[in-house]
Design a protein around this ligand. Structure first.
Ligand code: ADP
Ligand code: ASP
Ligand code: MG
Length: 450
């Protein structure tokens, strides 16, 4: 039988109770041949990153001390859930980790320019420690759990902080994990971390444990990839903005990818690709309410129409290439693009390179930068073929000024931009109309069946 990847995020491993919940969930799934992937305990990655900043400022001692409350948290969990022998062994692992981190902080304080690889080395302790602790806790519950160093499986380029996996990851992961699975062991790995060809520790970017789970799932041809988090599945909107957001039972890969890319933090945007490549279903579940159904993400049935661009765009070909090369050079991802014959509007989220980007863009034409804008995306397969949908959306928020409208090439995404201070109001109004009224529900049903 094919294995099931079970990934538990930071809030699912934040304290003793959370570890207990995870152990119960894995125990109940043992016949599904679980491979467990865990994040660092909640808040630890932020603290590790902040400690590197402290070290860069020359305060190595404060940097290491700032981590002690988190190390103590690990100790508390170990003492509550492990027999004293295993707890002592784990506390030794923690002490070694602290000493190694201390050395790295000292090096950074003296040579701050060396920090990118050392930062990844430090941050990776978060996932290594939670995974080792989880393996011990699962063993305590009678499971044949084995800690596996994810850096031996996930092989990446050396783009520290957001490394990309290399094809080698497939055979490396199989070689590490298949023998364990064949002898009925439960492998436990840290998400988010990998290593370069030279064996230097790398990380996959914030929220990257979901991506690790998907990569490992693809390598093992998993039956399913389960993302266990603190909400019941993918919701109709960000629950921190829309109080009545509710679980979407089934999503297509494309819908999920658009949602993740445009801000549904519940799923790392890159998670979907390995799943699509191998047609592995992704399930998003709540580790605090494991019996709630959550969201199942599967391949959609309707074929995507081929997009043919207008011949008039041919003249602009070289121009667009030059334009995107500028963004490429400054490693800045472009989110939404709209073009007319004489102008191109683009949106970017990461503005850290803006100061260098603009002079380069000015070589191509006049540049205007508008900030404090928010992108709102309405996502659903129903958008493909529903006439009048844009008119309905925009009439609902007719008093709000809208710029940059784009219907994604995937046709499951209607995206537009509003002033930042009108965004929450717009999202709540659209959510009310589409998800919280009977009229909205009917509308939605029509769209889904259309
Ligand atoms: P984890 O630590 O398990 O990886 P994250 O914090 O990365 O969890 O992601 C879960 C959070 O994503 C939720 O607590 C929720 O606040 C947020 N979120 C934003 N948009 C959505 C959405 N559309 N559906 C579900 N959760 C969302
Ligand atoms: N611990 C990492 C982060 O906080 C990775 C993850 O949790 O997915 O970004
Ligand atoms: Mg996450």
């Amino acid at each position: 039988m094919k294995p099931t990847i079970m990934k538990f995020g930071g809030t699912s491993v934040e304290d003793t109770n959370a570890f207990r919940n995870v152990a119960a969930i894995v125990n109940a799934a043992v016949r599904l041949r679980p491979v467990v992937v865990v994040s660092a305990i909640g808040g630890f990655t932020n603290a590790l990153l902040a400690s590197v900043q402290k070290a860069i400022e020359g305060e190595a001692r404060t940097a290491t001390r700032s981590l002690d409350q988190f190390l103590t948290q690990h100790v508390a969990i170990a003492r509550e859930l492990l027999k004293s022998e295993s707890s002592v062994a784990f506390e030794q692992t923690l002490a070694v980790a602290r000493r190694e981190i201390r050395q790295l902080h000292k090096i950074i304080a003296v040579h701050p320019v060396t920090h990118p690889p050392l930062q990844d080395e430090i941050v990776a302790y978060g996932e290594q420690l939670s995974a080792q602790l989880m393996a011990a806790v699962l063993r305590e519950q009678g499971l044949a759990a084995r800690y596996v160093d994810a850096r031996r499986c996930v092989k990446t380029d050396d783009n520290y902080g957001s490394a990309a996996p290399l094809p080698k990851t497939m055979p490396a992961t199989q070689a590490e994990l298949q023998p364990l699975l064949e002898s009925a062991k439960v492998p436990v790995l840290g998400g988010f971390i990998g290593s370069s060809e030279k064996g230097v520790t790398t990380t996959l970017g914030r929220g990257g444990s979901d991506y690790s789970a998907a990569i490992i799932g693809a390598a093992l041809e998993a039956r399913e990839i389960q993302i266990w988090t603190d909400v019941t599945g993918v919701l109709t909107a960000d629950p921190r903005i829309v109080e009545n957001a509710r679980t979407i039972p089934v999503l297509s890969y494309q819908e999920a990818a658009e949602l993740a890319y445009f801000g549904a933090k519940v799923l790392h945007p890159k998670t979907i690709q390995p799943a699509i490549d191998c047609r592995i279903p992704v399930r998003v579940c709540n580790s605090r309410a494991p019996n709630e159904a959550g969201t199942l993400i599967v391949a959609e049935s309707a074929a995507t129409p081929v997009q043919v661009s207008s011949a008039r765009m041919l003249g602009a070909y070289g121009f667009l290439r030059a334009l995107f090369e500028v963004f490429d050079r400054h490693r800045t991802a472009v989110d939404v693009v709209t073009t007319s014959e004489v102008s191109v509007s683009l949106s970017i989220d990461d503005v850290s390179a803006l100061r260098e980007l603009v002079p380069d863009l000015e070589k191509l034409g006049t540049v205007e930068v508008e900030d404090h804008r928010t992108i709102i995306s309405i996502i659903g397969e129903g958008l493909r073929n529903t006439p009048g949908i844009a008119a309905r959306v925009f009439s609902e928020i007719e008093d709000i000024n809208i710029t940059m409208i784009s219907v994604g090439a995937s046709s499951v995404n209607l995206t537009f931009m509003v002033d930042e201070d009108r965004a929450i109001d717009a999202i709540r109004r659209l959510h009310r109309v589409y998800f919280e009224t009977t009229k909205g529900a009917n509308l939605l049903a029509e769209e889904v069946s259309a």
